[in-house]
Design a protein around this ligand. Structure first.
Ligand code: GRF
Length: 210
């Protein structure tokens, strides 16, 4: 795993005017890539990803960040208390003067202290129509409940599990014969549209952190 040396200036042509996004992920990183693409094609205007942070050192999403020339930080939890681990992450977010923190498949709950530090500046994407099906394994649970539709939700993060204010949702049908895999894939397609749209919407009304 290559770790790009933290160098805020290397990623940012226009440090004063660009909105600075940081991504936290634990796995594949397809939502992270959808956001990168949306920045590149102007759907998220005037923004840059300043840091990609993962609690899983070999997360594929972190490798994608390296390939895209972004600042990538593996911050494994092993051997650290929760607060020590979060402190390391917060130090990176602060050092890059982060405006918005995007959870994109980040599989850890954030402490109230972390949330307070970035209150109103942390977004998450969840593969269900909240408030239905918060938590884990939600595509399976939606199928088992006999739902006729599901979808995804982008929301602000608060102290609860997937309870913060909703920014936007997108719906998909649940079709006869759907499996966890087919439903997850249908929802994921919508996630890749919904997350960039929500980020753009939030950034429009967000004062810069600095
Ligand atoms: C997505 O389904 C997202 O909704 C959930 O975790 C998954 C992450 O996928 N929070 P990816 O790593 O962005 O591909």
């Amino acid at each position: 795993m290559n770790t790009v040396t933290p160098n805020p200036k290397s990623q940012i042509q226009n440090p004063k005017s660009r909105r600075r996004l940081a991504v936290l992920l634990s796995g594949r990183g397809s939502n992270f890539e959808a956001i990168c693409d949306a920045i590149a094609d102007g759907r998220i205007p005037d923004a840059a990803i300043v840091a990609v942070i993962s609690d899983v050192a070999d997360a594929p999403g972190l490798n994608r960040a390296v390939e895209r020339g972004l600042n990538a930080f593996p911050i494994p939890r092993e051997g650290l208390s929760r607060s020590e681990h979060e402190e390391k992450i917060l130090r990176i977010l602060d050092a890059f003067e982060t405006d918005l923190v995007l959870l994109a498949g980040y599989m850890r709950l954030l402490s109230p202290r972390f949330i307070e530090r970035y209150r109103g500046r942390i977004l998450n994407i969840h593969p269900a129509l909240l408030p239905k099906f918060p938590g884990l394994d939600v595509q399976r649970r939606a199928l088992q409940a006999g739902e006729l539709e599901s979808g995804c939700t982008v929301h602000f993060v608060d102290e609860g599990t997937d309870t913060g204010p909703v920014i936007l949702q997108r719906r998909v049908p649940i079709l006869p014969g759907d499996t966890v895999e087919t439903l997850s894939a249908r929802i994921l397609q919508e996630e890749h549209r919904a997350y960039p749209e929500a980020v753009a919407r939030v950034l429009e009304g967000l004062p810069l952190a600095r």
